[in-house]
Design a protein around this ligand. Structure first.
Ligand SMILES: *Cc1c(COP(=O)(O)O)cnc(C)c1O
Length: 354
């Protein structure tokens, strides 16, 4: 059935083993992040077999799907307060920055006779989640320590995702200092310093990671084989663990300029065209509802992507060495956004291959 995404478990295993062992050499454990592929349990299982000691996802629905995988599950996105009961029920650990939510988690945990573990998020400047003022970190921890339903197991940070701030010795050292200061002030032991995502990986090969950082939460680096601070490929990894395959439903020679007065396209934009004469054009049965055109790269590098609409993708195959015909399949590599959106689209079949 098409369109489909073919997911190579063998390639994912190869990437995960390489990257996790790079981290383990520096005494860093890996929580494998599964949100980009919507928590498909078969993939999560491979990540755990490859050395990930925790699974992390931003959606509770995905975490529930992975309940049979026996490692601790982290909820990555700060919990909605309205979701506190579900969070306590379905996840082992959540990332938090709001006392009101943490109080509610404690209440719900106590009702269920549980203790819910949390990692307190510190904002080192990227301006997404986390407490930015150090004084507030201390006040918050003081309060958390009074909550019977909550166990504070560590602190963490997230960088690069919003503000593009790159992790380095300086900002990550602050996290280590905060952790040590918290331990001294409150006579507690914090087991985890979760020092970021795939954008922290480049430090392993370069200036190093401040001692004390002992967890990374890794998604993109594993599925695409690239670090995300500078976007460099990680050596000996695959970038095509996920491939999109779409079927050709029309193949005809047509002019490259539309005929008639040009108004707006289906998305309200006025399109512009380049006249390349008569071209061989194929329509594939996939569209913007499933994936953005900028997030797919044809494996046949002679194919030019012309555009598309909600349900159609139009490509130019004139220069291709293959003689495509109706019913043939065209395959594409995917960017992070492409894996995310095709994973989310229920119209795209997911097929696991070795
Ligand atoms: C998505 C996410 C990650 C993983 O990021 P990658 O760049 O895919 O490694 C880590 N931490 C948090 C809080 C996230 O939301």
């Amino acid at each position: 059935m098409y369109p489909r995404v073919e997911i190579s478990l063998g390639k994912i295993r190869h990437n995960a083993e390489n990257i996790i062992s790079l981290c383990n050499k520096e005494d860093i454990n890996v929580a494998a992040v599964t949100k980009v592929f919507c928590g498909i349990p078969e993939i999560a299982k491979v990540l755990v077999e490859s050395g990930a000691t925790m699974i992390a996802d931003s959606r509770i629905e995905n975490i529930k799907d992975m309940k049979d995988i026996k490692v601790p599950k982290i909820l990555l996105r700060l919990p909605m307060i309205s979701q506190a009961e579900e969070v306590v029920e379905a996840t082992d650990i959540s990332l938090n920055s709001e006392l009101a939510t943490i109080r509610e988690l404690s209440t719900k945990a106590l009702e269920k006779g549980k203790v819910h573990k949390i990692i307190l998020m510190v904002d080192l400047g990227d301006l997404r989640e986390g407490i930015i003022e150090e004084a507030e970190v201390f006040e918050t921890v003081e309060e958390i320590l009074n909550l019977k339903g909550i166990e504070l197991i560590g602190i963490g940070t997230n960088l690069t995702c919003y503000g593009g701030v790159i992790p380095n010795q300086e900002n990550l050292s602050r996290l280590v200092h905060i952790k040590e200061a918290l331990e001294n002030k409150f006579s507690i032991k914090l087991d985890i310093i979760s020092g970021g995502n795939s954008s922290s990986l480049y430090l392993l090969e370069g200036e190093g990671i401040p001692k004390g950082i002992n967890y990374f939460r890794l998604g993109e680096s594993i599925v695409l084989g690239r670090e995300t601070a500078y976007g460099n490929r990680i050596k000996d990894t695959y970038d095509d663990c996920f491939k999109l395959i779409a079927e050709i439903i029309e193949l005809k020679e047509k002019p490259s300029l539309p005929i008639g007065e040009i108004g707006m396209d289906a998305f309200g934009n006025v399109p512009v065209f380049e006249d390349r004469g008569i071209r061989r054009r194929a329509i594939c049965a996939i569209g913007k509802q499933d994936v953005s055109i900028g997030d797919i790269v044809p494996e046949d590098d002679k194919i030019i992507i012309l555009g598309g609409s909600s349900d159609h993708l139009i490509i130019d195959v004139t220069n291709s060495l293959n003689s495509y015909k109706v019913g043939d399949k065209v395959s594409f590599k995917l960017t992070y956004g492409g894996i995310l959106s095709t994973s989310t689209s229920e119209y795209v079949k997911k097929v696991i291959v070795e």
